[in-house]
Design a protein around this ligand. Sequence first.
Ligand code: 5GP
Length: 123
Amino acid sequence: MSYDVTNVFARILRGEIPCDKVYEDEFALAFRDIHPVAPVHVLVVPKGEFVTLDEFAAGADPSVVVGFWRAFARVIDLLGVERGGYRTIVNTGPDGGQEVPHLHFHVVAGAPLGRMVSRAVRP
Ligand code: 5GP
């Protein structure tokens, strides 16, 4: 999928739009979602130009993949959500409900989160 350099997360990564930063290193930026759906709702965003998780998994340099997951683990540690648990969501494409075309991992936590997927869409 072609990458749109004007997407909002690209602009946040370039510092053109402010964010409530939780963590940053050379591989990832993590910041609080502007419309949180739970007491903790953080977006962990790889710095490379990837739209989808499958593109990242198939195409990113292995050092980038490992670097990203180490950053992800650091974010979980900083948020202190290991004990209570958390949910990680990656929305992809139209059916997945992806609004921002830059790969991002939602981390939601801080309360019981209920069902993984609404009953309404079950077959
Ligand atoms: P998606 O549906 O693409 O998986 O989720 C995009 C998320 O980005 C949404 O939860 C939305 O609230 C969040 N978001 C959109 N624009 C901004 C922004 O400018 N700043 C922050 N912090 N979050 C945003």
